[in-house]
Ligand binder design. Sequence first.
Ligand code: PMP
Length: 428
Amino acid sequence: SALPEHLQKTIQRREKVLGPGYTLIYKEPVEFVSGHGAHLIDRDGNDYLDAYNNVPCVGHAHPHVAEAVARQMTRVNTNTRYVQEALVDYAERLLATFPEELSKLSIACSGSEANDLAMRVARFHTGGEGIIVTRWAYHGLTREVASFSPTLGAGSPLGPNVRLIDAPDPRLVAPGSTLADHMRRQVRAAIDDLERHGYRLAALITDCAHSSDGIFTDPPGYMRAVVEEVHAAGGVYIADEVQSGFARLGESMWGFSRHDVLPDIVTMGKPMGNGMPISGVVFRPEVCEEFGRNVRYFNTFGGSSIPVAAGAAVLDVLERENVQQRVLECGDALRVGLREITKDSPYVSEVRGAGLYVGVEIVMDRETLEPHRALAEDVINDMRDRRILINGTGRWANTLKIRPPLAFDSADVTRFLETFAEVAKNRL
Ligand code: PMP
């Protein structure tokens, strides 16, 4: 079907005026004018099921968040150089969701800024410069963070101080070994190679859902050995919870908790304000104290009254609506349904993930696991044509990325699975 004329015109105008780097999803791009829960509505009133966007975590246009922001807008917005009781309340509430050792919070505006600050603190604290990340990780867009975001590709080179390790894909583990052992050995080799090149370790940073590597969440527990290795080399472990945080993985608020490890620094963003730009860095105090004494860090919008009002309202909803429980139930139902639909498909090697973060890997052959990017793209576009939004991820973009707002409920699961079954009948 041809795109509506109005949409075509807007796309042409967009190409004239927008700067570099803007891309649209889908062969037939979409524009939305409103939303509620996990639903988005286009100009003609059509309802799309959003199974992709994680920023509107408690649901599109959630009234409680909207009211909290609007109310604050009509009162005042001040920055962190004025006393703000609401900021202190928020920090106390957010920190209460962490182990007690993680007891200091800095607020910024984006995940990139959070990771930028986290890495500056890690370098300052350890005196090292070496950084370890997974092979196809994304951590953000500043020059520093881009230098350890291999997913950005050749146009954005990695730093000479950066080493890559495999994402935790249990299928890479040699027979007789364990994922913990496999990961620990890779981290050890990366540390040795950094040292050979004159770099002491500053940090290992991992996305706790390994979103851009292709979504790898399991088995829980392997990170313990890895973090021990990092600490033994004098480095710190930064858990990037930009994707996995705020109950996304279902069992707890934070992805690292599934591994029973204590990170030195935790970063978060995207869902934190349900759309207001707010991000955070949580520290063990001993890691950030010296930095605080020596380096001036002031973030104009970070921690100002309006984004903090949004952040507090998100925590209200997460508590009141028992979101975590729903995430667990709906996420399990989604994976069970997807496995049932795809169990005989020669093109689906794995349905994986935790909570409402689901990956469906599309391959040429279930034995060789050779990626099938074109088929994944066809499925994504077929789903969009049936008004369900998903996308792809991983090195070859061949893993379907199903990551709805946490407002996704059991009726949404049913609609998703019914539509996916239709698409699968034709394609998989
Ligand atoms: N870390 C991870 C794991 C991310 O997925 C992203 C964004 N995709 C970022 C950091 C950067 O966040 P932002 O786009 O808010 O700067």
